[in-house]
Design a protein around this ligand. Sequence first.
Ligand code: ATP
Ligand code: MG
Length: 225
Amino acid sequence: MPPDRLATGVGSIDRLLGGGLETDSITELYGEGGSGKTLLCLEVAHRVAREGRWVLYVDTEGVSVDRLRSIAGDSLERILKRFLLSTPKNLEEEGRAVATACALAREGKRPVGLIVVDSATFYYRLSLSGADEDDARTALSLELAELVATALAAHVPVLVTNQVWRNLRDGTLEPLGGSFVNHVAKTILRFDRLPGARRRVTLVKHRSLPEGTAEFRITDSGLEG
Ligand code: ATP
Ligand code: MG
């Protein structure tokens, strides 16, 4: 039986994903700054909260309540009541926030519809090339392993965002975190900026769908595609 899907609400992305996000695995969104990763997280989170299910949102970059307001309109207060937002200030706090989110999702007391970690590699990146680089790699691996297990056990889709670095050998933009992140994420979407408010999403990896692309536009009231 094919896995359930959680529609993102952005038509072009849902068609690319065969209906939406898989509900038992991690979907990774990677791409350059301003490419729309956070906006897609907020768009999906809004849909889940609107239906009365909980969103466990680990935010390392300062989630834009203004953006959420423009998506949610008058229902912002009601939406926020279904958000459990944590704002870790370092990698250790991030690990604890993810562990708490996973425990809540598995406990099942509240109906959890989505876990978001945006970004999963912000503090990891800050630790690179420092004395604690190995610890950071271990912390990131543990965090992602816990998210994989939770998605599977609790049947909760997990969205993680990832930043990019420029590979100087060929100039390409590569996701951070190396092959480990790419292995644990069962779906990988790459985001690219196009002129103006247009953005392109490329399905780079999926368990059952071919590679493909979609486009969407960033508007005042959310993403349209
Ligand atoms: P980062 O890696 O820096 O976190 P991101 O991929 O998460 O980036 P978002 O925060 O999702 O990026 O997207 C922000 C982008 O959306 C910016 O390029 C901004 O100019 C654009 N944007 C925000 N509001 C609007 C709007 N109303 N109309 C058009 N574009 C907008
Ligand atoms: Mg972002």
